[in-house]
Design a protein around this ligand. Structure first.
Ligand code: CP3
Length: 334
């Protein structure tokens, strides 16, 4: 078996499976730790616990890769913006202050995130050498979206605002910090990076290039010049996945659940494909779940494909189901 890093670098056809949010609320062992650690950011900054959580799904399911337990919002946190997680309302960030933002520097930023890098070092030592340790960042637009609190004020979310010149400066600075965070995670022992542009689908078509394609392309260029295997996830951009792939040229592209796998297998060239299965499939009957998984396995039979989902595992997922899906994929010979 090859590890994820090798699959991405050599574009190998080889079975490999992991799940987004594999370390999360659907696992009772995670909920146990979480119940004793109310502050989510502080939990992400506890290197020992972060490493323990990262390894929980590996111990339970022997998945092929581990993804470090952290969050994309650790970057705004490290840039001095207070981050709160409000029950049932998601993350809420302190009001953005441009002066405060522009007073950041690399040293300060890296120091704030030191526990994340320590968690990676601890995990790499404990993780089977054959398995990859995945690090991640948010896409620049997705981070900007949260930094401006657009997730909380969707009705006020006015795209005319995107004409604001300051956004260009902020986006460019963000790209730099995101690249530093990637480099630091790789230096600490991560093998691969995934770039989650979760809100790419909200961008109007005429803004997609400037706010999604170009920023992702810069990060991928940085990764390639440093030989860092990279996975892009421009969620929600529909048929623009084709243009994204041609413009950004990532090593691997993660599908969301709206993308038809057969269409993707014909249209997305020179790239490893990952994911796609709707996480809701794990809540249906076993038969439906296996049928859903079969569609993906068959569509990508002859091209490099990493089994995963179109979004994170849902908190209400039964871990037994997760185990069954993994076995189904591993034993599939059809
Ligand atoms: O995938 C993994 O297991 C690794 C850890 C990971 C988390 N968040 C842990 C987490 C990763 C890769 C992320 C990425 C992330 N975080 C994204 C991109 C992927 C996506 O979901 O679109 C985004 C947008 C965030 C921001 C974020 N963090 C939100 C919106 C929330 C609250 C809502 C939610 O989905 O739970 C979080 C909290 C969060 N991040 C939890 C976990 C396990 C839940 C924490 C809890 O309440 O116990």
């Amino acid at each position: 078996m090859s590890n994820l890093k090798e699959i991405l670098l050599k574009k190998k056809c080889c079975k490999s499976i992991w799940f987004m949010r594999q370390a999360g609320r659907y696992l009772p062992e995670f909920r146990k730790i979480r119940s004793k650690n109310e502050n989510f950011i502080e939990l992400c900054l506890n290197a020992e616990l972060s490493s323990e959580i990262t390894l929980q799904p590996i111990k339970r399911f022997n998945l092929d890769s581990a993804i470090i337990f952290s969050d994309i919002l650790m970057v705004p946190y490290a840039l001095g913006q207070k981050v709160d997680f409000i029950k049932n309302k998601g993350p809420k960030l302190e009001k953005f202050n441009y002066e405060k933002f522009s007073n950041n520097n690399v040293e300060k930023f890296t120091k704030q995130l030191a526990p994340v890098y320590e968690a990676i070092r601890i995990t790499r030592k404990k993780l089977d050498k054959k398995k990859s340790l995945i690090s991640f960042v948010g896409g620049p637009w997705t981070i900007l979206f949260y930094m401006m609190n657009m997730n909380q004020n969707r009705q006020e979310f006015d795209f005319l605002e995107l004409e604001n010149k300051n956004f260009e400066f902020i986006l460019n600075d963000l790209i730099e910090y995101l690249c530093i965070h990637i480099e630091n995670q790789i230096n600490a022992g991560a093998d691969v990076v995934q770039i989650f542009d979760s809100w790419a689908g909200l961008l109007p078509e005429k803004k997609l290039k400037d706010f999604c394609f170009k920023p992702n392309a810069e990060i991928v260029k940085f990764c390639k010049s440093n030989k860092i295997p990279n996975i892009c996830f421009p969620k929600g951009i529909k048929e623009k996945y084709v243009d994204f792939n041609m413009f950004v040229k990532p090593d691997c592209i993660n599908l969301d659940s709206y993308i038809d796998p057969v269409w993707a297998s014909q249209k997305l060239k020179d790239v490893v494909i990952q994911g796609g299965l709707d996480p809701n499939m794990l809540l249906k009957t076993e038969e439906e779940m296996f049928k859903g998984a079969t569609k993906y396995i068959k569509a990508f039979r002859d091209i490099p494909y990493v089994f995963n989902l179109g979004h994170g595992l849902l908190p209400q997922t039964d871990p037994v189901r997760v185990g069954k899906l993994i076995n189904f994929y591993r034993n599939f010979n059809g």
